[in-house]
Write a protein that binds this ligand. Structure first.
Ligand code: NDP
Length: 598
């Protein structure tokens, strides 16, 4: 049984089919079909997964994010109107953020509220916004309701324009936050932090950048984003391609035209069919002379049904409305004790079977939707995802499937194999050449890596990744012992939420409170106690043991491309509610959790 987990706002159609956004499966409810039906589908899921694993034993290393040399163009900033000329800076601030996306903006806002004046953002792009600065491809939008995703709506007195916010609105909101909290004053853009080293004697962080800056700070917040560094699949011959090419997060409007008008005589190819491509393809399909979609694994495409914000509803909102709404949502993730008891009383095998059966029912609805929309039967078959819901990032779009009814849009389904060869004029698959003028890589990003572009060294000059060599060690995914006054955002060992900004706000509150406590008590440093770290690593391990996603899911970034990984090297799976509880419990008891140095 599927349960809609979104608010129905006035004017929104209360049709369960239209509400089927976030599926929650209840194992206490039996499914209706004979078990053989589900078993057969589960066997097909396994077959599809095995096929992909056999094609790509290279796992994560099939990708590269080392975009240097010939590949450097895939990472250049297309939005920088001009290169900022400035002399290297040598100065000191109290709090320094590496990165200027939501992590930095939300935490900085909370620091301002606590009276911190000296705050600097150092950002690779030319403005704040992070993901929403970089990803400006046509159709970019968020899949979480805008009233939940766009943070600080109460504080900014803003109500989003529609149920799902589009990229430009979100980017503008980021800029508005930076203005409201005076974060532009000290910010430096087009600047990448390359070194973040702890000075044990002075008890400050010393940072260097690619612009020759020598910066120091009391507190450093590593806010480099969860999906910030573009990656490319290593494909034989990619450097030979003579046409134009770019990564989806560096969309080239100069080549395509502001309204993609330049594509009307172009043969366009796109590699990848993840959440980015799902939003982009309908636009390319309408604009290009011909579009070739090179698919390795289809995404699950659910209903979007976006609607403009009802002005009456917006006018009726009382101050504090967003906080109330978010609190309700988090409470919504709190396990109902009665239900929990009922579920726990079930035999484990039956419980798992029911979860899976409901999940399969959900995916079969996604399949039916493909059949209802896509006219060509072969194309429709190829667009059906054969894996459990949430093995890959689910997507929500009403224009993607219809795009395949446009005669000039061609699905080149590689049946799990993927594109393995590129030649001077385009892409080759199974001996067939697809000549192209433009090739777009929608191949994703490095996931939750702390310290991209950056060398972080704490006490005894130990580099952070060296510390993690035998397994990640943090407290709440935020603190790591031996790295005093350093706070990590959006990395592993923290909880993960579909609504990323909620997660980042939670971390931002905690970090701002830790810094407040340190300052107000006259301490110079805060660091994780090794015993707290051991406790937290234990918590992460405990909950990550309960999922079979790595083994059973089709490969993708959610399961490290099917690679075995240590149980501590991932997100905390105890649930968002419990993660918030842990952070709350630490408040007022920081001396028990952390080491302070006067
Ligand atoms: P993903 O990593 O999700 O997708 C990469 C795609 O490239 C996959 O379809 C992958 O196939 C495919 N691929 C890789 N190599 C090849 C190859 N050789 N041949 C053919 N296909 C290939 O990246 P995205 O940029 O789409 O999304 C990243 C994340 O960003 C999302 O999961 C989401 O969290 C976020 N996002 C959110 C949005 C929203 O809120 N609406 C919009 C866009 C992104 P395979 O599946 O087989 O690995």
């Amino acid at each position: 049984m599927e349960k809609a987990n979104v608010d129905v706002k006035p004017g929104r159609v209360n049709d369960p089919n239209k509400m089927a956004r976030r599926a929650a499966f209840d194992p206490t409810v039996a499914t209706e079909k004979p078990q053989a039906f589900y078993d057969q589908i589960k066997a097909k899921f396994a077959e599809e997964r095995d096929k992909r694993l056999n094609y790509r034993p290279s796992g994560m290393s099939q990708y590269t994010s080392d975009l240097t040399g010939d590949l450097a163009k895939y990472e250049t900033d297309p939005w920088a109107a001009s290169a900022i000329e400035r002399a290297p800076i040598e100065d000191h601030v109290e709090c320094l953020f590496i990165g200027g996306g939501f992590s930095a903006l939300l935490t900085a806002a909370r620091l301002r509220e606590r009276g911190v004046e000296s705050i600097r953002i150092v950002e690779k792009g030319s403005d704040v916004g992070g993901t929403w600065y970089w990803n400006r491809y046509p159709g970019a939008a968020c899949d979480v309701s805008s009233y939940d995703y766009l943070p600080l709506l109460d504080e900014l007195g803003y109500v989003p324009k529609s149920f799902f916010a589009k990229g430009p609105e979100i980017f503008a909101h980021c800029q508005a936050i930076a203005r409201k909290y005076d974060l532009y004053d000290l910010a430096i853009f087009q600047t990448t932090v390359t070194q973040t080293h702890w000075d044990e004697k002075e008890k400050i962080w010393r940072l260097q950048t690619d612009r020759g800056d020598k910066l120091t700070a009391n507190f450093v917040i590593v806010a480099n984003g969860t999906l910030a560094k573009p990656k490319l699949t290593k494909i034989k011959g990619m450097e030979r391609f003579k046409g134009h090419s770019f990564h989806s997060s560096r969309f080239d409007y100069e080549y395509c035209g502001q309204n993609l008008e330049n594509l009307k005589n172009k043969r366009v190819g796109i590699i990848g069919t993840g959440a980015t491509a799902v939003q982009l393809i309908p636009h390319l399909g309408k604009a290009a002379k011909e579009l070739f979609v090179f698919q390795r694994t289809p995404s699950a495409i659910d209903i979007r049904d976006d609607i403009p914000t009802d002005p009456e509803w917006a006018a009726s909102l009382k101050p504090g409305w967003q906080k109330e709404r978010l609190d309700r949502h988090v409470l919504g993730t709190k396990p109902d004790p009665e239900k929990r008891k009922e579920i726990e009383a079930m035999p484990r095998e039956l419980r798992t079977q029911r979860y899976e059966n409901h999940n399969i029912e959900h995916q079969m609805r996604i399949h039916r939707r493909v059949d209802e929309i896509v006219q060509d039967k072969k194309t429709a078959e190829a667009l059906k995802p054969w894996y459990m819901h949430r093995c890959k990032r689910p997507t929500y779009d009403d224009d993607y499937l219809p795009a395949f009814n446009i005669p000039s849009v061609h699905l080149v389904d590689t049946d799990g194999k993927g594109i393995t060869e590129i030649y001077e004029d385009g892409v080759i698959f199974e001996g067939q050449e697809y000549p192209l003028d433009l090739l777009i890589y929608a191949t994703g990003f490095e996931v939750q890596v702390t310290g991209i572009y950056n060398d972080i060294r704490g006490e005894k000059e130990l580099e952070l990744n060296d510390k993690y060599k035998n397994g990640m060690r943090t407290v709440f995914g935020i603190h790591s012992a031996g790295y005093p006054n350093l706070f990590i955002m959006g990395g592993y060992q923290a909880s993960f939420q579909f609504n990323v900004t909620f997660m980042l706000q939670t971390q931002g509150f905690h970090i701002a409170e830790c810094i407040r406590h340190t300052r107000e008590n006259g301490y110079r440093t805060i660091d994780a106690k090794p015993e707290t770290e051991s406790w937290w690593v234990g918590e992460v391990i405990k909950y990550r043991g309960t999922t079979s996603r790595n083994r059973e899911c089709t490969p993708g970034y959610y399961n490290f491309e099917g690679e075995e990984n240590r149980r501590e090297d991932g997100n905390y799976n105890g649930g968002m509610w419990q993660y918030c509880q842990h952070l709350d419990e630490s408040k007022g008891r920081y001396e028990e959790y952390f080491k302070f140095d006067e």
